[in-house]
Design a protein around this ligand. Structure first.
Ligand code: LMR
Length: 401
């Protein structure tokens, strides 16, 4: 039966992570996988998360009965509130609903499935470049035409905004446009507020459907409201849309697969039918979601003192990233490494799109045991005070070789 099965390609980010773990070199650095690391290079369980999980695990009133198909109500409400803002008109008017999902990827997949199966959408666009899984998620959900819109100008190391607008302008009516809500992965460059307005203008005129991917709310700037600006702007302008929310990075709950799909509609009247169709899709895919991670997030967001402690954690993370951006930039400037490096400090979020080419990336991996994606994307959190000199020197060598 299985003899005809061909081996599929490795998933780059996980293959690099494995290679890093297996690498026996004493000096090495993992700048590949998008996960936070402390200044000691270790994964971080937020103290508030640790405290909350212990409380949940020792609560005798909590059992392991099934969650409802669309998830834990306290969690989905908190997630929608965090995203749209507690005073959102869409929430007050009951036009916004939440569906608990298997992290952000699950939210993208169930949303794509709904658009394909229930609304018969067939065309989706993602930025060039984008998170490599966007393509696969939409393809597997049955989208027939997947195209990219211009986003990154490699030469100028900034957004190709004219190209972006032209590609949206040329998209067929009804196409689904995947947008990064903040901290664009992999480039680290977001549109300005003025540019978001122009994107919304084209999308409104051309009747394009916004599907925002929000994987870094709070993580990007340390302020969840600021990071949700684009989402809230689209909602305030009256768009109907989906937002995929991940709680992997902003709560450090990577493996717990905690996510939410926020659905904003024009009228509350469609909520019941929409929820019923999502119920059937989820039932057919995985029946109902896991509970533990959603209980942690719901408890923290719904308890003011815990929420405050969580805010301190996201500030710690975003603060450390900014510090590392400065440190790497300063080192490369001191070394007079050829090229411009200002983008490292002007980008936002977890990643920096360094501009290093594939040959330079190979030098970093093979000679210096520094792991990064072949696109030149590095995870800033993999840098710390102990390895930033080493990494800067290695980049300098790779660039001047
Ligand atoms: C990343 O971009 O490195 C992370 O979001 C991990 C992943 O699943 O790709």
């Amino acid at each position: 039966v299985f003899e005809s099965v061909e081996k599929g390609p490795a998933i780059e980010v996980f293959a690099l992570n494995r290679a890093f773990l297996d690498d026996t070199a004493t000096k090495k650095a993992n700048l590949a996988i998008g996960a936070y690391r402390t200044n000691e290079g270790k994964p971080w369980v937020f103290p508030v998360v640790r405290k909350t999980e212990i409380k949940i695990a020792s609560d005798d009133t909590i059992n392991h009965e099934y969650l409802p198909v669309l998830g834990n109500d306290a969690f989905t409400k908190a997630a929608v509130g965090l995203l749209l803002g507690e005073n959102s008109a869409a929430i007050a008017e009951k036009r916004a609903i939440g569906i608990q999902t298997l992290s952000g990827t699950g939210a993208l997949r169930i949303g794509a499935q709904f658009l394909r199966v229930i609304l018969d959408r067939r065309v989706a666009y993602y930025s060039n470049p984008t998170w490599e899984n966007h393509h696969k998620v939409f393809l597997d959900a049955g989208f027939e035409t997947l195209r990219s819109y211009r986003y990154w100008d490699q030469e100028k190391r900034k957004i190709d905004f004219e190209g972006l607008l032209a590609d949206l302008e040329a998209a067929p009516e009804g196409a689904v446009i995947i947008l990064h809500a903040c901290a664009h992965n992999p480039t680290g460059y977001d549109p300005t507020q003025e540019q978001w307005k122009q994107i919304a203008d084209v999308m409104e005129r051309k009747k394009l459907y916004p599907f925002l991917d929000s994987a870094y709310q709070g993580f990007a700037s340390g302020d969840p409201g600021k990071d949700a600006w684009a989402v809230r702007y689209f909602v305030d302008r009256g768009f109907e849309l989906f937002v995929a929310q991940s709680f992997a990075k902003n709560f450090g709950l990577y493996c717990e697969r905690v996510g939410n799909l926020t659905v904003v509609q024009r009228n509350a009247a469609s909520s019941e039918a929409v929820a019923s169709q999502f119920t059937l899709l989820v039932r057919g895919m995985y029946s109902n979601p896991p509970a533990f991670g959603s209980r942690i997030v719901a408890t923290i967001l719904n308890t003011p003192e815990l929420r405050k402690e969580w805010m301190e954690c996201i500030e710690t993370m975003s603060g450390r990233i900014i510090k590392m951006r400065k440190a790497l930039f300063e080192r490369l400037t001191e070394l007079q490494t050829p090229g411009t490096w200002d983008h490292i400090v002007s980008q936002i979020g977890m990643f920096s799109y360094t501009g290093l080419n594939e040959k330079q990336v190979r030098v970093l991996i093979d000679e210096f045991h520094i792991y990064l994606l072949k696109s030149g994307r590095i995870n800033m959190c993999g840098l710390n005070e102990n390895n930033v000199d080493y990494v800067a020197q290695a980049i300098h060598t790779a660039v001047t070789k």
